[in-house]
Design a protein around this ligand. Structure first.
Ligand code: FPP
Length: 246
């Protein structure tokens, strides 16, 4: 198997942070508002967390913005989420570019409405040269579907099962060049991974907070990073082994 890199164990700042943004509906319900207002407020948290991640020196921030299961939500909510995504990309791309943030996306992107795909392609091309932070939006994303799509690619290419190893498999994932997440954050208290980055989170540290996503701003993100910095990542090794020089 591919050996995880124990050198990464000492890093105080995670290179890659992945976030399950949950609790928009509850946030709205607490105020007797429509769920969509929760999603709209959630966009403010996206802006805040992007700023905070960039400032902290995080290199990749992956946000679970729309799961493959979310297509099953009421039509008005799906439409609203697609509209919010399109508007976010159109209005935010110039500021993201200014901040050095490159926009990317993973998921079954062909299932998105044409307008959302167009906005995504535009934001990606506008920010292509940015190097400070990669903002990866998981859209129409499902971890099992990603694994299946990798398998389909491997089979199509006639891969020899005897030679199939983790590195080869990884090359067929949606974004093989990205490092695995070091830290997985989930808001609103649920202890689930919800089909998110199933392959990639094998060694991720998990941080769950009761804070609902629309209330998760810079200070909350920094709290998660502080918690990560206190963890001892062992990747299955002993503490003594981790202290040894490579
Ligand atoms: C979960 O809350 C959140 C989502 C299904 C969508 C997340 C989307 C956003 C934050 C806005 C769009 C994002 C971008 C990047 C433009 P929920 O509705 O499941 O909350 P609940 O569990 O309280 O009902």
């Amino acid at each position: 198997m591919t050996q995880p890199d124990p050198a990464a164990a000492g890093g105080a700042t995670p290179r890659h942070v992945a976030v399950i943004m949950d609790g928009n509906g509850r946030w709205a319900r607490l105020r007797h508002w429509n769920r969509v207002r929760g999603h709209r407020e959630g966009i403010e948290s996206v802006r805040a967390v992007v700023r905070a991640a960039r400032r902290a020196g995080v290199q990749v921030l992956t946000l679970y913005a729309f799961s493959s299961e979310n297509w099953g939500r009421p039509t008005y909510e799906v439409r609203a989420l697609m509209g919010l995504l399109r508007r976010f990309l159109r209005t935010e791309a110039p500021s993201l570019k200014e901040q050095g943030v490159r926009v990317r996306a993973i998921g079954a992107l062909e299932q998105l409405p044409a307008e959302a795909r167009a906005a995504l392609a535009w934001a990606e091309s506008e920010t292509r040269e940015c190097r400070d932070l990669q903002l990866v939006l998981a859209l129409s994303y499902g971890g099992r579907e990603e694994i299946l799509s990798a398998l389909r690619g491997l089979l199509r290419d006639g891969t020899d099962p005897g030679r199939l190893d983790e590195e080869t498999f990884r090359r067929y994932l949606y974004a093989p060049d990205l490092p695995d997440p070091d830290l997985l954050i989930r808001t609103s208290g649920e202890m689930r991974v919800s089909n998110f980055l199933l392959w990639q989170i094998a060694y991720a540290e998990i941080y769950v907070t009761d804070v609902l996503w629309p209330d998760f701003r810079e200070a909350e993100f920094e709290r998660a990073l502080e918690s990560y910095a206190r963890r001892e990542r062992r990747f299955g090794l002993t503490t003594e082994q981790l202290k040894e020089e490579p």
